[in-house]
Design a protein around this ligand. Structure first.
Ligand SMILES: [Zn+2]
Length: 83
């Protein structure tokens, strides 16, 4: 699997639409391709924040942890990156 396919399938992976063997290939690619793995982590964190925002119940601790994980400074929740 090349990076372009990995990037394309990432969304299906996160949406649970890939078959078992495709998920396996996806994980194998992420394991040996740091750029794609980084993008994958970003995508996961992004979705987590969207989900949390929809619930409006994000604990401060979790928010700080997520912000730190993706390189945003804590306290920047008014950022301009909503979908
Ligand atoms: Zn890649």
């Amino acid at each position: 699997m090349d990076c372009e396919k990995a990037s394309y399938r990432m969304h299906h992976y996160l949406d649970g639409e890939l078959t078992v063997w495709r998920r396996w290939y996806m994980r194998r690619h992420l394991n040996k391709c740091p750029p794609c793995a980084g993008g994958f982590v970003y995508e996961v964190e992004f979705r987590m924040i969207i989900a949390e925002r929809c619930r409006e119940q994000t604990p401060d601790d979790l928010r700080r942890r997520i912000s730190g994980a993706i390189g945003f400074e804590s306290g920047s929740e008014e950022g301009d990156w909503s979908p």
